[in-house]
Ligand binder design. Structure first.
Ligand code: PLP
Length: 423
């Protein structure tokens, strides 16, 4: 069966249900879904051959650009051997090599164990499940509460969503299984009583910047203060670096900015360079050792844990970081990005620009009740930019391979789109 572009559009509306997408306007007759058919570097091409810059790295995943030859050939070579084998009671070279390399990215040899899963939500759930089970089997069953922050986002599966602090996304998933207490900030944790603290198994945080909350920055020093608080009370620190990992903040991981080493770190989105779904939760020997007795085994896993193609892609992505000196090249790019963003900040329609490395949130002043973010992003398409807003905050998070010229095209497209929608 072959599909013409219009057959595809009709069949999409007839059979598909898209994530985070209001489906009523999607399915109307005059809406033609944008179908992305190919990509190279920061550029994506649609069904009509029109080109766009990938302004949000295909929802925060892509790192080195699309169709990168190193990642392509690594996936192809792996495909020539085998695509997937079970990781339950078996192992394979790409998973072992990747674990060794991941562990090597963190200083102090504290995070020494790697547990694979499929996406950010599962990487977070692995950390939470390990933290809860750890205290149960080490004589502290009273430690069964997870502390999470207001406006946090840790994923959409029920357990991950129960940690989230954004009512729009999490309203149906707030009372599941474990108990979650929510804190506005570190000061709120400092006011907890000894009895309350003694019930906390772990604190989870998006370090430096909360993504889905609209790219909101934590005050500088907050992360290291949180680490001190956790150590003082023997509470686990879980870092959700699903968005911030792999160079987005200007360093390989956000925790490096404040010299923090957590007890668990969740990695996903950029792990494979944005090519395949693969996630990893790293933890310590202290945690691992508590699971050694037969009765203490971590009975948890997914069918595609440690997928071989995903591990091969992740290894290739780390190779690109080394070969192309990606991190070393970031500070100049970030400076250029800052300069371009400050021109947007000067627009009367923009109330605030928030930036953390290669991540930016551009918040639009909205005097009315109708959301403007999605209208502006739609207008930006005509100027060759694809991105997705969070309410009235426009997100720019280009692949790290973005050139100065592309950065300028992106911010120009945003400026023209803002002027068009909010004259
Ligand atoms: C995207 C995201 C997740 C969820 O990852 P999925 O791969 O979508 O399940 C979790 N935490 C943070 C900080 C994220 O940005």
């Amino acid at each position: 069966m072959t599909f013409s572009p219009s057959d595809l559009s009709t069949a999409d509306k007839k059979h598909l249900w898209h994530p985070f997408t209001p489906m009523q306007p999607w399915c109307t007759e005059d809406h033609e879904p944008l179908s992305l058919v190919s990509g190279k570097g920061c550029t994506l091409r649609d069904q009509h051959g029109r080109e766009y810059l990938d302004g949000n790295s295909s929802i925060w995943t892509n790192i080195h650009g699309h169709s990168h030859p190193t990642i392509h050939s690594a996936i192809q070579e792996q495909l020539g051997r085998v695509a997937h084998t079970s990781f339950l009671g078996f192992t394979h070279p790409p998973a072992i090599q990747l674990a060794s390399e991941l562990v090597g990215l963190f200083p102090g040899e504290k995070l020494t164990r790697v547990f694979y899963s499929d996406d950010g939500s599962t990487a977070v759930e692995v950390a939470v499940r390990m933290a809860l089970q750890f205290w149960q089997q080490t004589g502290h069953p009273e430690r069964h509460v997870i502390a999470a922050f207001d406006r946090a986002y840790h994923g959409d599966t029920l357990g991950a969503a129960s940690l989230g602090g954004i009512p729009l996304f999490h309203h149906a998933a707030t009372q599941i299984g474990h108990t979650v207490i929510r804190a506005a900030d570190i000061e709120a944790l400092l006011t907890l009583s000894k009895a309350e603290i003694s019930r906390i198994a772990a604190v989870i945080i998006e370090p430096l910047i909360q993504g889905a909350a609209g790219m909101r920055l934590w005050p500088s020093g907050m992360l290291s203060a949180l680490q001190d608080w956790c150590r003082q009370h023997d509470v686990f620190l879980i870092l959700d670096e699903v968005m911030t990992g792999f160079g987005r903040t200007g360093k390989m991981f956000a925790c490096e900015h404040e010299g923090v080493t957590p007890d668990f770190i969740a990695l996903a989105k950029g792990l494979t360079g944005g090519y395949l779904p693969l996630a990893a939760t790293l933890t310590t020997e202290r945690v691992f050792n508590a699971f050694l007795g037969m009765a203490n085994t971590f009975y948890y896993g997914h069918s595609y844990c440690g997928n071989q193609l995903g591990c091969a892609a992740a290894l290739a992505s780390l190779r690109v970081f080394r070969e192309e000196k990606v991190i070393e090249g970031l500070s100049a790019k970030i400076q250029r990005f800052t300069a371009l963003l400050s021109a947007l900040q000067a627009m009367p329609q923009v109330c605030e620009v928030r930036q953390c490395g290669m991540i930016a949130g551009i918040e639009i002043t909205n005097p009315g009740t109708e959301l403007l973010g999605s209208k502006i992003c739609l207008a930006a398409r005509k100027h060759g930019l694809l991105t997705r807003p969070i309410l009235d905050t426009l997100v720019l998070m280009p692949p790290l391979c973005v050139t100065d010229a592309e950065l300028e095209q992106m911010t120009t497209a945003i400026r023209l789109a803002i002027e068009e929608v909010c004259p």
